[in-house]
Design a protein around this ligand. Structure first.
Ligand code: ADP
Length: 326
């Protein structure tokens, strides 16, 4: 894509002028085409100065999603190597499922700058204004269906690790995979199995992270926060996405080697409500007990008055007493 080639050329000479003539010659396009693409890049948030005499110079990379920038930031082998980035999608999970059914490769990612109908668990809606990281990953791992819930746990820990690594933040995980900061939701994860797991073994991992926008962009009743609210500045979405994918890939490799213990402990170290009195909502049913931990199968363990019970990630919600069981 010419736009990416121009970006590459300018980025290779960051802060220096590159003449329009040189760009047009090197990429074999007209000067008018160069100018047009520069205009689009500026609209995407790249700070580019243009001077008739000297040409163009890239002053600052854009913080919003950009395929070229994301590829530069990636350090993975399989995750994110095929990218589908759209300005707007109904839901990245929906598109990822379509791609998976059409034979999409393992590790393919789908991103949208805006989702018109982002999905939460149990048919709930996920509000997805511009500035967030709305990303789904198509996974065809060497794992059995019983391990699917471990993958969603892996996704939560991958996001937590990335946020800690990049911004030194300590984020909590609320069963099974909501990420919270001071009791407010920062991110959610939606894992969906596509088709017959045993035949195709495809899982879509959707992640929604509230990043570069103020809290007011989300509807008032939500107990939500954004990275922008926490940090006070905007961050590079490409770098964040790349860091998450790297952590996720590492965890996936461990799971494929049947290693779950490190992940289980990392998850528990961040768990909200651990050792506390909680309520488990299973459809209409409500169960009360102490949240003991997660089993070696990745199920939640609840100590009830009738003994220990375990629940897999898909079926329940957890409400802690600390937050008034909400
Ligand atoms: P739960 O935490 O109840 O399991 P989900 O993971 O399914 O919920 O996420 C959907 C719910 O999250 C919605 O019903 C809404 O309450 C809340 N929500 C929706 N969009 C956002 C957002 N961008 N940030 C934080 N919370 C949100």
């Amino acid at each position: 894509m010419v736009r990416h080639d121009i970006l590459q050329l300018l980025a290779a000479h960051l802060q220096e002028y590159v003449s329009g003539e040189r760009i047009s010659q090197q990429l074999n396009v007209t000067r008018a085409a160069v100018w047009k693409q520069i205009k689009v890049l500026k609209e995407e948030g790249f700070e580019i100065e243009g001077q008739t005499k000297n040409g163009y110079r890239l002053l600052k990379m854009s913080l919003s999603l950009n395929e070229w920038a994301l590829k530069q930031a990636l350090t993975t082998t399989s995750l994110g190597r095929t990218i589908c980035l759209e300005d707007e999608l109904v839901s990245t999970n929906v598109r990822a499922k379509e791609l998976a059914r059409q034979g999409g490769v393992h590790g393919q990612i789908v991103l949208a700058k805006y989702q018109s109908l982002g999905q939460g668990r149990l048919q709930r809606q996920w509000e997805s204004p511009r500035g967030g990281l709305w990303m789904s990953v198509v996974l065809r791992p060497d794992l059995s269906l019983a391990d699917a819930s471990k993958l969603t746990l892996a996704a939560s820990v991958a996001i937590v690790d990335a946020l800690e690594e990049l911004f030194q933040l300590r984020i909590g995980i609320k069963w099974p995979n909501d990420l919270v900061f001071n009791g407010q939701k920062l991110a959610g994860i939606l894992g969906e199995v596509v088709g017959e797991w045993n035949a195709v073994q495809t899982l879509i991992l959707g992640m929604g992270i509230n990043v570069n926008f103020p809290r007011e962009r989300l509807s008032a009743p939500l107990k939500a926060t954004t990275l922008y609210e926490i940090l006070g500045y905007e961050v590079d979405l490409n770098i964040l996405a790349a860091a998450i994918l790297k952590h996720l890939e590492d965890k996936l490799i461990s799971l494929e080697k049947k290693e779950f213990e490190d992940l289980r402990l990392s998850w528990l170290a961040r768990a909200v409500g651990l050792g506390e009195d909680v309520r488990i909502l299973q459809g209409e049913q409500v169960l009360q007990g102490v949240f003991k931990g997660i089993s070696i199968d990745g199920a939640l363990i609840l100590e009830t008055k009738d003994g220990e019970k375990s629940f897999s990630a898909g079926e329940v919600q957890l409400r802690s007493k600390m937050s008034g069981y909400f």
